[in-house]
Write a protein that binds this ligand. Structure first.
Ligand SMILES: Nc1ncnc2c1ncn2[C@@H]1O[C@H](COP(=O)(O)OP(=O)(O)OP(=O)(O)O)[C@@H](O)[C@H]1O
Ligand SMILES: O=P(O)(O)OC[C@H]1O[C@H](OP(=O)(O)OP(=O)(O)O)[C@H](O)[C@@H]1O
Ligand SMILES: [Mg+2]
Length: 282
C-alpha cells in the first residue's frame, strides 16, 4: 500500500484534497480525520502539518508527500521535489517599513522576523549579511509594528497583507514556491505504484490546462489550421462526407483557446467547438 502525506490545514490542504479527488482517490470526509485508507487504489493517506511533511517523507516511513517548495527547503529534510503541482503559488520576500532599507545589503545588523528561519538564515549567509533571525509562527507582518524586528521575510502572493501592514518589499524574491510532490532523496522514483500516482496527478494537471478543440476546414486550409492547433503529438484529421472538407481534433492550451478559435475562424474553419477534458493519461 502506497503511504502518502497530505497537508491537513492551511493554503495547501483544500487544493491538495481537490486534486487527489480529481485523480480518483478517496479523501477524508471530516477535517479532523488524520488518516484514511483507500483500499480500491491501495493507498493510505496521512493528514499532517504541511511543515512536517518533508520530514516524515525523509524518514522513509511515508512514500510520498504533498507540501510547498518553500516548506521543503526550509525544513532541510532529506527529500526532493519530483512533481510541481501548480497551486499555492507564492514568492518569498523581505519586506520592511518604507525608509528602513533599500537593498538586502542594508539588512546588516538588523533583526528579521520569519516563520521560515531555514530559508532566511541560509540566504543571509550566502550573501554574507550578518543579521539576526527571530522565529515567529505566523502573522509576521505585525512584528515590525510591535517592535520585535525591523524586517520580515514572508510568503507574498497578492501583496495585500504587506500593503495592509504598510510594508514594502526589498530586493528580488528569495524564492518562488508552489505545491509540489516530494519523495525521499535517492528513493526509487521508478517504483510502479509511485509512477501510477504521479501519472494520475499529471493527468489532472493536463486536464486542467488543456481543452479539446474540434473544427471543420477546407482541405486547402488544413496546413494553416494545423499550424494553429498542432496538438500534443499531432492532430487527428478525418474526412467529411462533403468532399474538400476535413474534421480536425487537437488538444490546445485552455488559456489560448479563444484566440485560436478566432484565428481558425479567420482562415475559414467552421463548427469550432471546445470541450473540457475530465481526465487523461498522456
Ligand atoms: N496567501 C498564499 N497564497 C499562496 N500560497 C500560500 C499563501 N500562504 C501560504 N502559502 C503557501 O502555503 C504553504 C504554507 O502552508 P501552511 O499551511 O503552513 O501555511 P498557511 O497556508 O499560511 O496556513 P497557516 O494558517 O497554518 O499559517 C507554503 O508553501 C506557502 O508558500
Ligand atoms: O500576499 P498575500 O496575498 O496577502 O498572501 C500572503 C499572506 O498569506 C499568508 O498568510 P496567512 O493568512 O496564512 O497567515 P499566517 O501569516 O499566519 O501564515 C502568508 O503568510 C502571508 O501573510
Ligand atoms: Mg500562513
Amino acid at each position: 500500500m502506497l503511504r502518502i502525506a497530505v497537508p491537513n490545514k492551511g493554503s495547501l490542504s483544500g487544493p491538495a484534497a481537490e486534486m487527489l479527488h480529481e485523480a480518483g482517490y478517496q479523501q477524508r470526509r471530516e477535517s479532523k480525520e488524520l488518516r484514511i485508507v483507500d483500499p480500491e487504489n491501495e493507498v493510505e493517506f496521512f493528514y499532517l502539518r504541511p511543515r512536517d511533511i518533508a520530514i516524515y517523507v525523509s524518514s522513509g516511513r511515508l512514500d510520498i508527500g504533498i507540501t510547498g517548495r518553500d516548506l521543503l527547503i526550509d525544513s532541510g529534510a532529506n527529500a526532493e521535489e519530483i512533481l510541481p503541482l501548480g497551486f499555492a503559488r507564492s514568492t518569498f520576500r523581505f519586506a520592511t517599513k518604507p525608509g528602513t532599507a533599500r537593498s538586502v545589503e542594508d539588512l546588516t545588523g538588523m533583526t528579521v522576523a520569519t516563520s521560515y528561519e531555514g530559508i532566511v538564515a541560509k540566504h543571509l549567509a550566502d550573501k554574507g549579511i550578518d543579521a539576526s533571525v527571530v522565529h515567529l509562527d505566523g502573522a509576521v507582518e505585525t512584528a515590525i509594528e510591535l517592535g520585535v524586528a525591523e524586517v520580515i521575510a514572508d510568503v507574498v502572493e497578492t501583496g495585500t497583507s504587506l500593503r495592509n501592514a504598510g510594508l514594502e518589499v526589498i530586493g528580488e524574491p528569495i524564492m518562488k514556491s508552489e505545491a509540489i510532490v516530494v519523495r525521499r532523496t535517492g528513493a526509487d522514483a521508478g517504483e510502479p505504484k509511485v509512477q501510477q500516482f504521479l501519472r494520475r496527478l499529471q493527468g489532472v494537471l493536463v486536464a486542467r490546462t488543456y481543452v479539446m478543440m474540434d473544427y471543420d476546414c477546407r482541405v486547402e486550409q488544413l496546413e494553416k489550421a494545423v499550424a494553429l492547433t498542432p496538438g500534443l503529438e499531432s492532430p487527428t484529421v478525418s474526412p467529411l462526407h462533403n468532399e474538400g472538407w476535413v474534421a480536425v481534433r487537437a488538444m490546445v492550451p485552455a488559456k489560448e483557446a479563444q484566440r485560436i478559435m478566432d484565428d481558425l475562424y479567420a482562415i475559414g474553419a467552421r463548427a469550432i467547438l471546445t470541450t473540457a477534458i475530465h481526465a487523461c493519461r498522456l
